[in-house]
Write a protein that binds this ligand. Sequence first.
Ligand code: AP5
Ligand code: MG
Length: 216
Amino acid sequence: MKLLIMGPPGAGKGTQSEKIIEDYNLISISTGDMFRESYRKQESLGLLAMEFIRDGLLVSDEITNEIIRRRLFAKNAEKDFLLDGYPRTLNQAYDLDNILEIMDSKLDAAIKILLDDEVIIGRMSGRRVCSICGATFHIQHKPSKKDKICDQCGGVLYQREDDKEESVLNRLSIYHEKTKPLVAYYKERNILFEVNGNQAFDDVYQEVKAVIEAVR
Ligand code: AP5
Ligand code: MG
């Protein structure tokens, strides 16, 4: 199964991905996580990407397509996966289609999480992320048991640099301009499914699960 989870920044893509990969034994391929991991290791790719990420801008299609190509064409690359946050421009969607064609495969579903901009801003201002394992919390909706400490690995929680207000506003406007056209693109291919992101975690997941069960 090859799935794509899409939607505005802070919609809950990463949160839902964690459950999907566990229940359906998939691996998650998140370009945002890949860039942050590369930055954490102080690699040149991560350092370059963070220049854009910090301000809420997109990393170039060339760089992004290249890391996805390397990942999907790697030796022992998994056949089944869940893409989170890639593609986000039409150019990236075309490139992904080319890659999948070479793999003699296709996407089974593009699951879009719907959420209004006002809710998104609250989701991102309250998000905290583990500096070691990347687990995501929210100061109101999903607080860690100990203040600023990850429940899973004991790492220190931090606020993502691109969750500051100015970056969030940039990310939202770029989403509306560059990523929204993908909705029509996947609708035309009859693989677009929308779920309501403005519900409790588990209720969103029930809708996501219903989509996956319908296409698997
Ligand atoms: P990326 O990391 O993908 O960021 P994003 O798309 O902006 O999405 P987020 O990760 O911020 O949100 P999410 O939808 O995963 O929400 P989450 O589950 O954390 O990308 C970062 C940057 O990298 C981009 O801005 C760009 O610069 C670059 N980049 C990445 N991919 C790229 C690409 N393809 N091309 C070019 N550049 C690229 O949830 C958010 C918060 O809400 C959490 O605190 C969570 O606990 C809480 N929450 C989640 N669900 C619920 C719920 N149902 N109820 C209450 N709270 C909830
Ligand atoms: Mg995410």
